[in-house]
Design a protein around this ligand. Sequence first.
Ligand code: ZN
Length: 146
Amino acid sequence: MKPLRPGRSFLFRLPKGSDIGVEVAAACRRAKVRCAWVQAIGATTKARLGYYDQRRRRYFEKEFRGEMEILHCVGNVSLKDGVPFAHLHAALGDGKYRVWGGHLFASEVFAAEVLIQELRGPAPVRLPDPATGLSLWGLPAARPRR
Ligand code: ZN
């Protein structure tokens, strides 16, 4: 495992109606960011969250329509099929202060503020992982046993 170094930081607002994951990946492509840590806050008018069923090896998706606060959206950017790919999770709050969360498949933002913290060095690459059925980073090389 090689250390990554902090690179550039990008702080920006997303336009109403945009999708966080699409915009983060596009911003990274434009700025030639291959690896990053991502955070966002704001509000959505629609969002699709997912839960990965480990036994069935598939995502279950649920759509949340209506006003929701983006309490916390966090994730990363790495390379998948040679281009920056955003993997994001989100906790969304409704008007009754209930919180819903999961893997963020899609979002339609009312407003959102995003931080992309670039990490420089060898960017992780997503590949199919037979053990989980997911598209994951390669594992660090095993250390010799003593
Ligand atoms: Zn996920």
